[in-house]
Every structure is written in structure tokens, then in C-alpha cells.
Design a protein around this ligand. Sequence first.
Ligand SMILES: Cc1cc2nc3c(=O)[nH]c(=O)nc-3n(C[C@H](O)[C@H](O)[C@H](O)COP(=O)(O)OP(=O)(O)OC[C@H]3O[C@@H](n4cnc5c(N)ncnc54)[C@H](O)[C@@H]3O)c2cc1C
Length: 379
Amino acid sequence: MTQTFDCIVLGVGGFGSGALYHLARRGVNVVGLEQFGVAHDRGSSSGETRIVRKAYFEHPDYVPLLLRAYELWTDLRAETSRELWDLCGLMLAGPAEGEAISGAHLATRLHHIPLEDVPLEQARTRFSAFRIPDDFSVVFEPEAGYLRVEQCVRSHIERAQALGAQLCTNEPVQAWETDGKTVKVRTEKEVYEAPRMVVTAGAWTSQILAELDIPLTVLRKLVYWFEVNKGEEKTAAGLPAFYFELPDGAFYGFPSIDGQTMKVAEHTGGFEAKNPSVLDRESRAADSRPVEQFVSAALPILKPKFQRHAACMYTISPDHHFIVDRHPAHENVIVGAGFSGHGFKFTSVLGEAFADLAIEGSTRLPIGFLSANRFQKES
Ligand SMILES: Cc1cc2nc3c(=O)[nH]c(=O)nc-3n(C[C@H](O)[C@H](O)[C@H](O)COP(=O)(O)OP(=O)(O)OC[C@H]3O[C@@H](n4cnc5c(N)ncnc54)[C@H](O)[C@@H]3O)c2cc1C
């Protein structure tokens, strides 16, 4: 039997949950199709925490989107009465001319984001849990912190359902087609039809949108929890989030949430995953060694051997910036892809952009720099 809706969301992880919520909030009769469960750990939106910040060093054009993202996270928090985030601040440490510090300064200058320059000697006292290398610069962003990733996904979905959205879990999409007017999506159980569809399939995007012709690389990324040394529990719980740009890679982490462990990971590096459905989730020495070396050099309050780990995926676009646009060949199909390991904080605001694009065909949100046609080959 065919079920008919106003809009289909294919893939309800981070971005799909945001899209589902914003579509439902506008009264759209929407269905979300998800191959796994709610807030599952097989994709890219799991592992407790995600950094949220405004002094965006990757590119200052993201800042206006972040300002709206913060408003929407605040609204969602009020609607659900859940502690979706902890704005504990973010310490960035690295060379003054490196990507992180100079990029954060640029975003701050252009968009007047609060950012403190902390002289090294002061930083060593104020953030005494860290060993900060000589000749590093340190900045502190007081309005940054972290989002509780699974709580955010769950909250978007629960609110969407309360507003009338339908969610079908454990229902992998097998195929889809469109004649320009109607999108027809087939799963094992059903056929779904709608005049429009939002595709937010994360690491599976290249399988779902084979003809998109934008090379996306899926990287397997492992994150680690390290035990806090006895007596340091309070210090570990009171830290800001942190990001170190070192000559051999960028490493980041979070204050202790459970008082016993801290999550630390490497943003750089990672091995290509050919098939996201059969991801190797084991930690190998090549995965853990750089993170353990970082911990032993920079975080003496932690035991240097990791206690547990989790696996996740980055889906990297050719220029490491997102793709948020209508499908170049199908105007009624909206694509959110290539979030390149820094997307989660935007799932609120881009959920709103997906709803705009699906309902109105355009959005007032400044997403022009994320268009799909920037990758179009010259003929
Ligand atoms: C280790 C790690 C650390 C990160 N740190 C940060 C950070 O600090 N800050 C930040 O902002 N971002 C961070 N990111 C990036 C951020 O988490 C991702 O950009 C974001 O979660 C991607 O969301 P998504 O919706 O694209 O993917 P997902 O959440 O994986 O959602 C895609 C969904 O589509 C579903 N799907 C796919 N194919 C089908 C199909 N055929 N049928 C049905 N369903 C399907 C999948 O099951 C999945 O649920 C990090 C990512 C990782 C992996």
C-alpha cells in the first residue's frame, strides 16, 4: 500500500531530526524514514557530546547561522525542559597564526563574538589542568560549550512527533525516484509518496544520491574516555571544552560529565570507511596512539591509557564545507550532506533551512556558500 505525505525526510539522525521538527512545526504532514532507531550509535550523531561555538574558525560565513542555531537550541531546551547543552566555554590553544586561533579571531572581528585572548602565563594558571606548549597562543570563548548529542536528536524527534510528524524506524530506504512532481520512496515494508523530500542520510549519502556527483569521503573516527586521577574529579568536571592545534594534529575534549572519565579525541586523521554499514568499530593501536600521546603530554589529570571508546563517522566534502541545497537535477529533493566532522551544532538551524527549502523553495538563512553547484565541473 502507498502512504502519502506532504514531505518525506530520508535519514533521521542529526540533521533529519532537525528537519522533521521544523517541518512538523510548520504543520507539514511529514514522515521520517530511518534505517535504525532513535538517537542510535551507528551513524554520526552519537557519543554523548558535541562542541558548540560561535567564533567559527572554519569560515566566518557560518557565524550568522550559528547565531540562529543558538536561538533555536534555547527554544528547544525550553520546550523540552531538558539540559541540552552546557555552555562551559571553550579553550583554544595553538600557534597564533594557525587555523584555529587566527580563524577564531577573524570570525570574532567580523561578527563581534566574545572571545578572550589569554596570555600564556595566565592561561597556565587559569587552566592549570592542561600543559600548554611554549609559544602557543590561548583564547577562551565564554559562550561556547557542548551539546548533549543524543538528547538533542531525541528532543527534536519527540517534539516533531508531538506536533504530528510520523517516524518509521528500522525501515531502510531501498530506492527512490521522482518525476519532478512526486517523490516515490520504497522500503522493505511500504511505498511512500510526497511532492518533496529532504535527504539527510549522513555517511550513506553517496549510496542514496549516487548521481549527485560530489565526491564524499567517509572517515572512521574513534573517540576515547580516559579515567580521571583520584583527587582530580572536581577539576575535571569544572573544565571548559578544549581544542589543541598541535603540529601533529588537532585534539579536542570535554569536561568530565560523570566525574570519573573525560572524553578526548583527534579531529584530524582517521581512516577511510568504504562501507558505513560494516564499519570496523574496534580500536587499533594506530587509532588510540595519537590520542594517548596527546593525553599524556597535555592532560596530566588523566590516566594515559584509555578506558573505553566509541566509533563514529565524518562525511567529508571536497572543501570540508557543508552541502545544503536543492538537488541540482530534482528541485523537489533537498540535500543536506558533507557535514565534514563539524555539523552537529547546526542541526537546529539547518533543520529550519531544510523546512524553508522544502516548503517555499528558498530560505532567508544565509546558506549560499553551502550550495551544491560550487562543485560543478567546468565543461
Ligand atoms: C567523532 C565525531 C565528533 C564530532 N564532533 C563534532 C563537534 O564537536 N561539533 C559539531 O558540531 N559536530 C561534530 N561532529 C559532526 C557531527 O556530529 C555530524 O556532522 C552530524 O552529526 C552529522 O549528522 P547527519 O544527520 O549528517 O548524520 P547521521 O546523524 O548519521 O544521520 C544520518 C541518518 O541517515 C540514516 N540513513 C542513511 N541511509 C538510510 C537509508 N537508506 N534508509 C533510512 N535511513 C538511512 C542513518 O541511519 C542515520 O540515522 C562530530 C562527528 C563525529 C563522528
